[in-house]
Each structure stands twice: as structure tokens, then as C-alpha cells.
Design a protein around this ligand. Structure first.
Ligand SMILES: [Zn+2]
Ligand SMILES: [Zn+2]
Ligand SMILES: [Zn+2]
Length: 116
């Protein structure tokens, strides 16, 4: 993910949205005692700044009982260094128009696309 020459970006330790900081699988898919697949049981996730709350899962990290594919369960999506505009396809909701549980194809569920 890190490109050569990319600016060093600050990482924020955020409480894991998927497990709400418990470090445990919130839905007990394998076992209620298994570790959270998003934070590996740490209860916190690294989110590169700047970031915004993920629109597709509304910051919960989960869509139904699945890890949100837009934010990979973190509940936050990182903004690129370049300007972005609200996605015209989903109007920023991050949801596919026909099936809201799927991420918008145009913005990959992030609710924004690169400007220009
Ligand atoms: Zn977690
Ligand atoms: Zn999400
Ligand atoms: Zn979209």
C-alpha cells in the first residue's frame, strides 16, 4: 500500500469499530471467543490521516454481519492527498443503488471519488 516517495502520513490509533474495542469477534462467526479479524484482537486500528467516517457502514465497520468492504471493518476511510468530490453515483452514501448492502461500484463504498 505504501508507494515509493509517498509522504509520510500520520497514523491515528482509533478504537476498532467492528468489535467496539473488545478485540473479540462481534458476531461469533467462528466463536465468540475468537479474535476480531479487523484489529487482530488489539481493539484498536491504525487509520491514516486524514480520514472520514465510512458512509457505507456508518462507522460501525460492519454491514449486516460482514466486515464492511469499503473500510475493511475499521469504520473509517482514509482520504487521499488529492481533492475529492462526493460520489455522484451514490450521493455520498457509499451504497450500491440496487442493493444497499453492497458498496457503490463507482466509489467502492467510500462515498467520494477523486476530483477531476
Ligand atoms: Zn476489532
Ligand atoms: Zn465501512
Ligand atoms: Zn458511490
Amino acid at each position: 500500500m505504501i508507494e515509493a516517495g509517498a509522504k509520510r502520513i500520520a497514523m491515528s490509533d482509533m478504537k476498532c469499530s467492528f468489535c467496539k474495542g473488545t478485540g473479540k469477534d462481534p458476531f461469533g462467526v467462528l466463536s465468540w471467543l475468537s479474535t476480531c479479524c479487523v484489529c487482530n484482537g488489539k481493539g484498536v486500528v491504525d487509520v491514516p490521516s486524514p480520514y472520514k467516517v465510512c458512509p457505507h457502514c456508518a462507522g460501525t465497520g460492519a454491514v449486516k454481519t460482514l466486515t464492511c468492504t469499503a473500510c475493511m471493518g475499521k469504520g473509517y476511510v482514509s482520504l487521499p492527498a488529492t481533492p475529492v468530490i462526493k460520489c455522484p453515483e451514490c450521493r455520498g452514501s457509499g451504497d450500491a443503488s440496487s442493493i444497499p448492502s453492497l458498496p457503490c461500484i463507482k466509489c467502492h463504498g467510500r462515498g467520494f471519488i477523486l476530483a477531476g
